[in-house]
Design a protein around this ligand. Sequence first.
Ligand SMILES: C[C@@]1(CC(=O)O)C2=NC(=C\c3[nH]c(c(CCC(=O)O)c3CC(=O)O)Cc3[nH]c(c(CC(=O)O)c3CCC(=O)O)/C=C3\N/C(=C\2)[C@@H](CCC(=O)O)[C@]3(C)CC(=O)O)/[C@H]1CCC(=O)O
Ligand SMILES: NC(=O)c1ccc[n+]([C@@H]2O[C@H](COP(=O)([O-])OP(=O)(O)OC[C@H]3O[C@@H](n4cnc5c(N)ncnc54)[C@H](O)[C@@H]3O)[C@@H](O)[C@H]2O)c1
Length: 213
Amino acid sequence: MGYPIVLHLRGRRAVVVGGGKVAARKVYGLLEAEADVVVIAPEAVPDIEALAAKGEIVWRKKTFAEDDLAGAFLVIAATNDRNVNEAVAQAATPGQLVNVVDDPERCDFHVPAVVRRGSLTIAVSTEGASPALARRIRRELEEQYGEEYGPYLQFLRKARDIILREMADDAARKQLFRALAADSFRQRGRWDEELAQLLANEKERNGERGRES
Ligand SMILES: C[C@@]1(CC(=O)O)C2=NC(=C\c3[nH]c(c(CCC(=O)O)c3CC(=O)O)Cc3[nH]c(c(CC(=O)O)c3CCC(=O)O)/C=C3\N/C(=C\2)[C@@H](CCC(=O)O)[C@]3(C)CC(=O)O)/[C@H]1CCC(=O)O
Ligand SMILES: NC(=O)c1ccc[n+]([C@@H]2O[C@H](COP(=O)([O-])OP(=O)(O)OC[C@H]3O[C@@H](n4cnc5c(N)ncnc54)[C@H](O)[C@@H]3O)[C@@H](O)[C@H]2O)c1
């Protein structure tokens, strides 16, 4: 079974070999993670052409050669030619993370189906058993966790900073974090107001404890 992790790719080079629809899907995911994306392909779908024209990726309009992998942190072999994909995997050095879109056995990692809502990422993997099921579940999760989770996560991050700064008691902090994560809290929508109230209550309780001792 694979070990799920979230890679930090900002400023790191990701080389995608191939310029078809599968490559384009991987490119979009890599751009969301702010990787420096380089595509190697003699021909590419319009999405990839457009991204290259806007300067959001580099497209080397050529067939794959070993030296295309120089400086890559992550490599995706996404051509429609099994032999080329195999050659890409062979050319990678041991430290480079490799995904081969038509050969799960050759992969250091596979790519899950993903829902993103600001800082919230929900990833679904079937380990290659059924990418179509991963896609279906991703769509269901998109319904369940709507766009409103983006601003909610922003609030939670800010609240967490405040709580860590202002509250010393571990147990009380934990209780507060859980209260803010409750769906009923999210749905009421009065996040800042309720946080201020909860912090004030906690300060008052502390004050009382101080006077008791
Ligand atoms: C999740 C997603 C992420 C992404 O690509 O971004 C993804 N595949 C997606 C869609 C999809 N892929 C395929 C179909 C057609 C239906 C079907 O065959 O089921 C559909 C559905 C569609 O297109 O609608 C066909 C397919 N996929 C692979 C092979 C090769 C093989 O298994 O040998 C073949 C056969 C090719 C052929 O010969 O035809 C291999 C892989 N695909 C993976 C990921 C990795 C395993 C992830 C997992 O199992 O969880 C893995 C192992 C490697 C990798 O790519 O990392 C993305 C959904 C994004 C979304 O919608 O959210
Ligand atoms: N992992 C997945 O999610 C998934 C899903 C569907 C299909 N697949 C597999 O992925 C492969 C690619 O699918 P696609 O629909 O994107 O194919 P496609 O035919 O649309 O694109 C293939 C691309 O590879 C490029 N290419 C071919 N030879 C090359 C070389 N020597 N160097 C560099 N680039 C080269 C072509 O120029 C083209 O841009 C399929 O063959 C299939 O086996 C994987």
